[in-house]
Ligand binder design. Structure first.
Ligand code: BG6
Length: 520
């Protein structure tokens, strides 16, 4: 398809308010599972960046908590993580100052006695650094420790202190099915009130994901066509080139549906489909998202497809199949690809199919939402006999590139100039974040950590939302668990996933988009 590209740039950035962000009160961030990868790769680089941009209070402390007695090694290790994963110059003088706010406390998570020691240590640090009573507990451990940690914090009176604001951030996975999510919610809410609980989904911290609401509700022209009268169907893709990256044991228990569909993809879907919230606050936004998930009827098992990658070629390199990955069962039935067709039964969306797919070891790394509009009611140019290669009338298509190459493109038909007849050619208007704003979007954790410190729950999952999405997907998980897939592996690494997922779209005469993630 020939395309003509039009770059969109901001008309004027001079009026964009700078430095308007609120700064949290001085407090202590306690990271359980502090010695793990997430802390080093994502959390500490994000915190350092917040510090650099002046968004952390002058008095703050970060305390890593884990089992191993690593002491001062922790701060050094985190410093190295900031350099490596945050792209920071090791000679940056701010690094030393920042490292002086980091300490470590060794604790066996299931030992109740240890928590009184932790409490005393936090009080000591607060006293020494002149920090008030605010505490933020970040659970970045394996999920089996969540309930025990919460219970012990409660037993020591650390969850509901007399003074200060205390909150808990809980990493995914939040449960592994409906029952376990309900139990975990009960355990957490027995200690923390819901307004103290921040269930994190890092997709909600991504600029492009937050922009979905801005795109829809800060502009007048899209909303009138954002419905069943104009939209033909929606495709949402989370494609990753990477495999399981040494996380075999975790992934064996998760699989694609649990790992990214129940959380990241359901969030994307809700932001595409929700009704306009009455304001941008936690209550309004989360209520509208919940209504979307509640409007999805149960998904017939025939509308769900699973896949697992075999060996293949990615970026010119041979890669092993999933069953040959480290610490993975050689006969594993775990899906590394999942695709769904679902409907949203409300006045806006009735009859519009939504297709979702997520996979590891796919051909390209790209997360994209594609909204295809209906054809005009009468194609007056379609029957023109022109002999021109460009005579092609494609429906309007809005593609939102969540990552990489973050941007938004709109395809429409244009008359090819200097031709004697009405020759139509698809062209694209393309807004590209990097060229418009000149900066790449930050790792989602920065926004989310700051919001949690400020007590803003808008970009965090509510217990009702978590349970509703699990309720939708648990029957599929159960059906898959009850029947071993006969044909695994069923796609080669480095491809667009199993052929059998095409059948979800074939009945509508459609195909999956395969040039996703590429700016026009
Ligand atoms: C995580 C999943 O939640 O999201 C990973 O556990 C996945 O398996 C990752 O790779 C994808 O996140 P991102 O930000 O790289 O798209």
């Amino acid at each position: 398809m020939a395309t003509i590209q039009m770059k969109v740039s901001p008309e004027d950035l001079s009026h964009v308010p700078q430095g308007q962000e609120r700064i949290p009160e001085p407090g202590i961030l306690v990271i359980f599972g502090g010695s793990g990868d997430l802390t080093k790769r994502k959390l500490l680089p994000a915190l350092f960046h917040l510090r650099q941009t002046g968004l952390l209070p002058p008095q703050f402390a970060i305390v890593g908590v884990a089992r191993r007695p690593i002491g001062d090694e922790f701060a050094a290790d985190m410093r190295q993580g900031i350099v490596e994963f945050g792209g920071i110059d090791p000679a940056d003088p701010e690094l030393n100052e920042f490292a002086s706010h980091i300490s470590y406390y060794a604790l066996n998570f299931s030992d109740p006695q240890g928590y009184s020691g932790l409490k005393a240590e936090l009080d000591r640090i607060a006293e020494e650094k002149g920090i008030g009573p605010d505490r933020l507990f970040y659970l970045a451990t394996a999920p089996e420790f969540f309930a025990g940690i919460v219970e012990n914090l409660g037993a020591q009176g650390m969850a509901q202190p007399e003074k200060g604001r205390v909150a808990v951030i809980i990493e995914k996975p939040f449960g592994h099915d409906l029952d376990s999510a309900r139990i975990l919610n009960q355990q957490v809410n027995a200690v923390f009130r819901e307004n103290q609980v921040f269930r994190i989904d890092h997709y909600l911290g991504k600029e492009t994901v937050q922009n979905l609401l801005v795109f829809r509700f800060a502009n007048r022209i899209f909303e009138p066509v954002w419905n069943r009268n104009y939209v033909d169907h929606v495709q949402i893709t989370v494609a990753e080139k990477i495999g399981v990256e040494g996380r075999g044991p975790f992934y064996e228990k998760a699989g694609a549906l649990r790992d990214v569909v129940q959380n990241h993809m359901m969030e994307l879907l809700s932001l595409v489909a929700l009704e306009p919230p009455s304001s941008f606050d936690a209550g309004s936004v989360r209520r509208e998202k919940l209504k979307v998930w509640q409007a999805i009827p149960s998904i017939p098992i025939l509308n769900a497809v699973r896949g697992q990658y075999g060996p293949g070629i990615v970026d010119g390199q041979h890669v092993v199949g999933y069953r040959d990955e480290e610490r993975v069962d050689p006969e594993s039935p775990t899906e590394t690809y999942a695709a769904l067709h679902l409907e949203i039964e409300n006045w806006r969306w009735a009859g519009v199919p939504f297709f979702l797919r997520a996979g590891k070891r796919m051909k390209r790394h790209a997360t994209e939402i594609a909204i295809q509009f209906k054809q005009p009611p009468l194609l007056i140019f379609n029957r023109m006999k022109t002999g021109d290669a460009c005579q092609e009338i494609l429906p309007n298509l809005l593609t939102i590139r969540i990552q990489p190459n973050e941007g938004i493109a709109l395809r429409f038909g244009a008359k090819v100039p200097s031709t004697p007849h009405m020759s139509v050619c698809p062209v694209t208007m393309d807004f590209d974040y990097a060229s418009a704003f000149g900066k790449s979007s930050a790792n989602g954790y920065e926004r989310l950590l700051l919001d949690a410190m400020l007590g803003d729950q808008t970009l965090f999952a509510h217990r009702d939302g978590v349970e509703t999405t699990w309720a939708l997907l648990t029957p599929i998980l159960q059906a898959w668990a009850s029947k071993t897939p006969e044909v695994f592996p069923n796609y080669f690494a480095g491809t667009w996933g199993p052929e059998c997922s095409d059948r979800l779209l074939e009945r509508y005469g459609l195909t999956w988009r395969n040039n996703i993630g590429v700016p026009s």
